[in-house]
Design a protein around this ligand. Sequence first.
Ligand code: CMP
Length: 141
Amino acid sequence: MERTIAIIKPDAVKGAHIGEIIAAIEAEGLAIEAMEFMRLSAAQARGFYSVHEGKHFFDRLIEYMTSGPIVALVLAGEEAIPRWRTLMGPTNPEQAAPETLRGRFGQSLTFNAVHGSDAPETAAYEMSYLFGGRHLNGLRA
Ligand code: CMP
Protein backbone atom coordinates (compact mmCIF):
# COMPACT_ATOMS: atom_id res chain seq x y z
CA MET A 1 0.00 0.00 0.00
CA GLU A 2 1.33 3.39 -0.99
CA ARG A 3 -0.01 6.95 -0.78
CA THR A 4 0.60 9.90 -3.05
CA ILE A 5 -0.46 13.49 -3.46
CA ALA A 6 -2.36 14.45 -6.58
CA ILE A 7 -3.12 18.05 -7.46
CA ILE A 8 -5.58 19.27 -10.05
CA LYS A 9 -3.84 22.54 -10.95
CA PRO A 10 -5.44 25.96 -11.58
CA ASP A 11 -5.56 25.58 -15.37
CA ALA A 12 -7.41 22.26 -15.13
CA VAL A 13 -9.85 23.66 -12.54
CA LYS A 14 -10.52 26.71 -14.75
CA GLY A 15 -10.93 24.42 -17.76
CA ALA A 16 -13.67 22.47 -15.92
CA HIS A 17 -11.72 19.19 -15.92
CA ILE A 18 -12.07 18.28 -12.22
CA GLY A 19 -14.72 15.64 -12.92
CA GLU A 20 -12.84 14.01 -15.80
CA ILE A 21 -9.63 13.82 -13.76
CA ILE A 22 -11.39 12.30 -10.75
CA ALA A 23 -13.14 9.83 -13.06
CA ALA A 24 -9.72 8.75 -14.43
CA ILE A 25 -8.42 8.27 -10.87
CA GLU A 26 -11.43 6.11 -9.97
CA ALA A 27 -11.23 4.12 -13.21
CA GLU A 28 -7.58 3.36 -12.40
CA GLY A 29 -8.75 1.89 -9.08
CA LEU A 30 -6.86 4.32 -6.85
CA ALA A 31 -8.68 5.11 -3.60
CA ILE A 32 -9.32 8.76 -2.73
CA GLU A 33 -8.57 9.17 0.97
CA ALA A 34 -8.71 12.96 1.15
CA MET A 35 -9.77 15.74 -1.20
CA GLU A 36 -9.86 19.49 -0.68
CA PHE A 37 -10.54 22.51 -2.83
CA MET A 38 -8.02 25.14 -1.76
CA ARG A 39 -6.21 28.29 -2.86
CA LEU A 40 -2.47 28.41 -2.13
CA SER A 41 -0.85 31.64 -0.96
CA ALA A 42 2.50 32.53 -2.56
CA ALA A 43 4.27 31.49 0.65
CA GLN A 44 2.50 28.12 0.66
CA ALA A 45 3.29 27.51 -3.03
CA ARG A 46 6.97 28.41 -2.47
CA GLY A 47 7.18 26.01 0.46
CA PHE A 48 5.44 23.23 -1.44
CA TYR A 49 7.84 23.58 -4.39
CA SER A 50 10.94 24.46 -2.32
CA VAL A 51 13.04 21.82 -4.17
CA HIS A 52 12.66 23.96 -7.31
CA GLU A 53 13.69 27.25 -5.64
CA GLY A 54 16.34 29.04 -7.72
CA LYS A 55 15.40 27.32 -10.98
CA HIS A 56 14.63 29.55 -13.95
CA PHE A 57 10.95 28.52 -13.99
CA PHE A 58 10.33 28.94 -10.23
CA ASP A 59 8.68 32.41 -10.27
CA ARG A 60 6.46 31.39 -13.20
CA LEU A 61 5.51 28.20 -11.37
CA ILE A 62 4.52 30.10 -8.19
CA GLU A 63 2.51 32.65 -10.16
CA TYR A 64 0.70 29.82 -11.95
CA MET A 65 0.00 27.74 -8.83
CA THR A 66 -1.48 30.77 -7.02
CA SER A 67 -3.51 31.99 -10.02
CA GLY A 68 -6.65 30.15 -8.94
CA PRO A 69 -7.96 27.36 -6.76
CA ILE A 70 -6.60 23.82 -6.90
CA VAL A 71 -7.95 20.44 -5.81
CA ALA A 72 -5.52 18.47 -3.63
CA LEU A 73 -6.06 14.73 -3.13
CA VAL A 74 -4.47 11.88 -1.24
CA LEU A 75 -4.56 8.73 -3.40
CA ALA A 76 -3.87 5.27 -2.02
CA GLY A 77 -3.27 1.81 -3.47
CA GLU A 78 -0.62 -0.68 -4.53
CA GLU A 79 2.14 1.27 -6.33
CA ALA A 80 0.04 4.44 -6.09
CA ILE A 81 3.00 6.74 -6.87
CA PRO A 82 4.05 5.19 -10.23
CA ARG A 83 0.44 4.46 -11.21
CA TRP A 84 -0.60 8.09 -10.74
CA ARG A 85 2.52 9.26 -12.59
CA THR A 86 1.70 6.95 -15.51
CA LEU A 87 -1.86 8.25 -15.58
CA MET A 88 -0.55 11.86 -15.64
CA GLY A 89 2.08 11.32 -18.35
CA PRO A 90 5.40 13.19 -18.52
CA THR A 91 5.85 16.75 -17.14
CA ASN A 92 5.87 18.23 -20.64
CA PRO A 93 2.43 17.77 -22.25
CA GLU A 94 4.07 17.88 -25.69
CA GLN A 95 5.75 14.57 -24.86
CA ALA A 96 2.64 13.06 -23.28
CA ALA A 97 0.58 10.32 -24.94
CA PRO A 98 -2.89 11.59 -25.92
CA GLU A 99 -4.69 9.30 -23.44
CA THR A 100 -2.71 10.59 -20.42
CA LEU A 101 -4.09 13.45 -18.33
CA ARG A 102 -1.33 15.83 -19.43
CA GLY A 103 -1.86 14.72 -23.02
CA ARG A 104 -5.57 15.49 -22.68
CA PHE A 105 -5.52 18.65 -20.56
CA GLY A 106 -1.96 20.05 -20.34
CA GLN A 107 -1.15 23.17 -22.35
CA SER A 108 2.60 23.66 -21.76
CA LEU A 109 5.52 22.65 -19.56
CA THR A 110 4.35 25.07 -16.87
CA PHE A 111 0.58 24.76 -17.43
CA ASN A 112 0.53 20.98 -17.20
CA ALA A 113 -2.83 20.34 -15.48
CA VAL A 114 -1.82 17.93 -12.69
CA HIS A 115 0.89 17.18 -10.14
CA GLY A 116 2.01 13.98 -8.47
CA SER A 117 4.58 13.12 -5.82
CA ASP A 118 7.75 11.56 -7.26
CA ALA A 119 8.80 9.33 -4.31
CA PRO A 120 7.48 8.10 -0.92
CA GLU A 121 9.48 10.76 0.99
CA THR A 122 8.10 13.52 -1.24
CA ALA A 123 4.59 12.13 -0.82
CA ALA A 124 4.92 12.21 2.99
CA TYR A 125 6.18 15.82 2.87
CA GLU A 126 3.47 16.93 0.47
CA MET A 127 0.66 15.19 2.41
CA SER A 128 1.61 16.81 5.66
CA TYR A 129 2.25 20.14 3.91
CA LEU A 130 -1.17 20.31 2.25
CA PHE A 131 -3.36 18.45 4.76
CA GLY A 132 -1.58 18.67 8.13
CA GLY A 133 -3.08 15.60 9.76
CA ARG A 134 -6.55 16.16 8.28
CA HIS A 135 -6.14 13.52 5.56
CA LEU A 136 -6.04 10.87 8.28
CA ASN A 137 -9.73 11.57 9.05
CA GLY A 138 -10.81 9.82 5.86
CA LEU A 139 -8.63 6.75 6.20
CA ARG A 140 -10.28 3.40 5.69
CA ALA A 141 -10.14 0.88 8.49
P1 CMP B 1 5.11 19.42 -11.36
O1 CMP B 1 5.10 17.99 -11.65
O2 CMP B 1 4.06 19.99 -10.48
O3 CMP B 1 6.55 19.81 -10.73
C1 CMP B 1 7.13 21.07 -10.87
C2 CMP B 1 6.39 21.94 -11.85
O4 CMP B 1 7.18 23.00 -12.39
C3 CMP B 1 6.02 21.11 -13.08
O5 CMP B 1 5.02 20.20 -12.77
C4 CMP B 1 5.67 22.22 -14.06
O6 CMP B 1 4.40 22.80 -13.79
C5 CMP B 1 6.78 23.21 -13.72
N1 CMP B 1 7.98 22.99 -14.52
C6 CMP B 1 8.84 21.99 -14.45
N2 CMP B 1 9.87 22.14 -15.30
C7 CMP B 1 9.65 23.27 -15.91
C8 CMP B 1 10.36 23.98 -16.90
N3 CMP B 1 11.52 23.53 -17.40
N4 CMP B 1 9.83 25.14 -17.33
C9 CMP B 1 8.68 25.60 -16.82
N5 CMP B 1 7.97 24.97 -15.86
C10 CMP B 1 8.44 23.81 -15.42
